[in-house]
Design a protein around this ligand. Structure first.
Ligand SMILES: [Mn+2]
Length: 474
């Protein structure tokens, strides 16, 4: 009893922010090293988006803005100056007499200086004047070109020929993308937390899935685990597809009742401190893999393992995908789903997406996939985080679609011969979709699979599924 009491009084009343202000300062310093001398960067926070009538979608800051400032509310702008005295000015809505009546109150001045460590906080309506003043005499300005509203403002504000305004504008986005590609230890800690929560959701789903449940119930369980463990948002809409829906890459309708012989693909990721996990597991709804499900699953697992092992410093971004594709092609040939591993289109009938993407603030995170010298894929470096997620999707209607999709490039006789020879295997594996995805951190000596605790092996999945359900008991 006493132990619990002590714990209670030492727990903070509110969750502390995950990142210290210093973390964002280091992000800005990273950006400053990439900017030209004597230049200015500006950016707006993401704005709220109307859902319907007078209701907005729940607010989430733009990832780049959060990365540079840590600020997590709408209606904000930042100005970063690189010069003899670098400065970071945060423009926000300031608290007034009406604050906190209808909506959450803005941060107080004290909170803003403590949490975001700006040199100055100014009200939003001073942005134009302060921006113009800071642009005088600098050599160039940076802002995200995709922000059309800001671009129009800047064009208008800086058109005076007497203002000594810079004529050189750069897109800010490639710089923030490059900065975000290599994660700090604090960013990795946030990702690990998002991953751990997502792993827990996968484990809960494995224990509770059974024939008769609807996909939306699995989706609800996943969200419950997220919220219950401190994730305020999903990193992206969960993909929970059973039976035929397991072959739809980004299925998100959740309205099918699951049956005995279904596969269930769960491609999910919690968000924690703004960082998103992205982990896919595929399980048999009844808890035991059928021989057909085993064939496909074993092959994807083997391909994924080969992909994961290809992750190491100095490897190219595309290497995990190549390693996985090699295994998949050989295996698909053995299963009778393709006739010629050298014909890429045959492989693409069953596996149509990329195997990897960067992971971070965005699920498909910022950062170029090309090498900095423009030749080939980006060289992997410690601190990068990427997914490895091969799959095979035997869609029941892909057989009808082959002509529509490949008619332009592949001669008719070749398509006819292909369909004829793979038809028995297609019938055998129809409606089986399998994807397996893990989140891999590139380390000095190779890699670390952050999501390794979510069972992947057939036996590991079957034994977890055999445990008593904890939620969906009658
Ligand atoms: Mn993914």
């Amino acid at each position: 009893m006493r132990v619990y009491f002590l714990l209670l009084i030492t727990l903070p009343l509110f969750a502390r922010p995950f990142f210290e202000a210093d973390e964002f300062k280091r992000h800005r310093e990273k950006l400053l090293t990439m900017m030209e001398d004597n230049s200015v960067a500006v950016m707006r926070a993401g704005e709220t988006v109307v859902r319907n009538n007078d209701i907005d979608y729940p607010y989430r800051p733009a990832s780049d803005y959060f990365y540079l400032t840590g600020y997590d509310r709408p209606e904000s702008r930042m100005l970063l100056k690189k010069g003899t005295r670098p400065s970071f000015i945060l423009f926000t809505r300031l608290p007034d007499a009406h604050s906190g009546v209808w909506n959450t109150a803005p941060y107080s001045m004290d909170e803003m200086y403590e949490r975001f460590a700006p040199d100055t906080v100014l009200p939003l309506d001073q942005f134009e004047a302060v921006f113009k003043k800071n642009c005088r005499g600098v050599s160039s300005i940076y802002f995200p070109f995709e922000d059309k509203e800001l671009a129009a403002d800047i064009q208008k504000w800086l058109q005076s020929p007497w203002g000594r305004y810079p004529r050189t504008w750069h897109d800010l986005k490639p710089l923030t993308a490059e900065a975000r590609l290599i994660k700090s230890s604090a960013e990795i800690a946030a990702l690990e937390k998002a991953v751990d929560i997502t792993v827990a959701a996968h484990r809960a789903a494995m224990r509770n899935v059974k024939p008769g449940l609807f996909e939306y119930q699995v989706n609800a369980l996943i969200s419950f685990v997220y919220r219950n463990m401190g994730s305020v948002r999903d990193g992206f809409p969960s993909i929970v597809g059973s039976g035929p829906n397991s072959t739809i890459l980004h299925y998100e309708k959740y309205d099918r009742q699951m049956t005995e012989n279904d596969m269930l693909v769960m491609d999910i990721g919690a968000e924690y401190a703004m960082y998103s996990a992205d982990i896919t597991r595929t399980i048999p709804v009844n808890g035991r893999f059928s021989p057909e499900q085993k064939d496909i699953y074993t092959l994807v697992l083997k391909a994924q393992q080969a992909g994961i092992e290809a992750v190491e410093p100095g490897a190219r971004f595309g290497d995990p995908g190549k390693a996985a594709a090699k295994v998949l092609k050989e295996g698909l040939k053995k299963l009778g789903l393709i006739t010629d591993p050298d014909k890429d289109w045959q492989f693409r009938v069953w596996m149509m997406h990329g195997v990897s993407h960067w992971l971070g603030l965005d699920t498909h995170d910022a950062g170029s996939y090309l090498a900095t010298d423009g030749h080939g894929g980006r060289l992997l470096e410690p601190g990068m985080v990427l997914t490895v997620e091969p799959g095979i999707y035997v869609s029941a209607d892909i057989f009808d679609k082959i002509d529509a999709i490949y008619g332009k490039w592949i001669p008719e006789e070749e398509r006819v011969a292909f369909k004829k020879s793979v038809y028995p295997a297609f019938e055998k594996y129809k409606n089986i979709g399998v994807r397996i995805e893990d989140d891999i951190l590139v380390t000095e000596d190779g890699r670390r699979n952050l999501s390794d605790a979510a069972p992947r092996g057939i036996e590991a999945i079957e034994s977890l599924m055999a445990l008593p359900a904890s939620f969906f008991n009658p």
